[in-house]
Design a binder for this molecule. Structure first.
Ligand code: ATP
Length: 271
């Protein structure tokens, strides 16, 4: 089993409990992916072909990668996690081969989920591209995705999720029926969602007794999940600094826990 990026198993440590504030989206995406991959008989029973392509878009740091990893991890899906930029590097002709190989591998391991982060690097509009690398990548991607549509075995279903911050930069061919014909938009989290995300990213941290998540959610307007996670990390580091200062200067002999109020950074002060 391979590990890390571009591997075909889900990251064990990530699951749905690691996501805050996007219940409806989790539900929607899980329905579009888990049912066709894990219970293909549902589609067979109804007599409908499940879709192959899903486009996730939204601002940077709003949780697109986390969401897909968590669904793959939670439901233990066979999972190919690739970055479009890692496909794009290489000598002339190599990137197209990598795309082809990815889909061939997926076919061998189907039913499975392919996730391509920053898909726009492989699917840009073809105007003025000529025969350059970008144009060839688009042609290769289209050809591989069309092959998926011609695959009629429900038990061997393959779903490809592409994530991007720039959906408008995709060639229109990718947004027609049979390609990325399902689109899910992740928006900036509102106050209620920020409160839930904060609770998730602070899970396991020793918190000040008076920490008010509601208040902190109010103060963090414009923060996406990545910012909230960074805030919690920053506060944790601050907390260790205060703790050591406290030990060294005020009570050099202390062996137990730091007293309440010194052990935790004030997340509210840092927001
Ligand atoms: P980019 O477009 O830059 O690739 P992204 O939308 O894929 O960003 P992620 O990489 O999924 O964003 O998020 C970055 C980190 O922010 C996550 O690893 C996680 O720690 C945190 N995060 C983002 N959204 C959430 C959320 N809804 N709940 C909990 N943590 C979140």
């Amino acid at each position: 089993r391979q590990k890390g990026k571009d591997s075909c198993i889900p990251p064990k440590s990530v699951s749905l409990k690691d996501i805050g504030g996007m219940e409806d989206i989790v539900d929607h995406l899980a329905r579009l992916t888990v049912v066709p991959l894990v219970q293909p008989q549902v589609y067979q029973h109804i007599g409908v072909q499940p879709r192959h392509g899903i486009l996730l878009h939204g601002p940077p740091g709003c949780g697109k990668t986390l969401l897909v990893n968590a669904i793959a991890g939670e439901f233990r899906l066979v999972f190919f996690n690739v970055s479009a930029h890692s496909i794009k590097v290489g000598r002339s002709g190599e990137p197209e081969k990598k795309i082809k190989r990815l889909f061939e591998e997926a076919q061998k391991k189907a039913p499975c989920l392919i996730f391509v982060d920053e898909i726009d690097a492989l699917t840009q509009k073809r105007d003025n591209m000529g025969e350059g690398i970008e144009g060839r990548l688009v042609t290769q991607m289209i050809s591989c995705m069309e092959d998926l549509t011609s695959e009629k075995t429900a038990e061997k279903h393959i779903i490809i999720i592409g994530a991007t911050n720039q959906p408008e930069s995709l060639d229109p061919a990718f947004r027609r029926a049979g390609m990325f014909d399902r689109e899910i938009r992740l928006n900036m989290p509102d106050e209620a969602a920020r409160e839930k995300i904060l609770k998730v990213v602070c899970e396991g941290l020793r918190l000040a007794r008076d920490l008010d998540f509601k208040e902190l959610a109010k103060k963090t307007h414009g923060f996406v999940g990545r910012d909230l996670s960074a805030l919690a990390q920053f506060a944790s580091v601050e907390a260790t600094r205060r703790f050591y200062k406290f030990k060294a200067i005020e009570t050099p002999s202390v062996t137990g826990e730091p007293s309440a109020g010194t052990s935790v950074a004030r997340l509210g002060d840092l927001a």
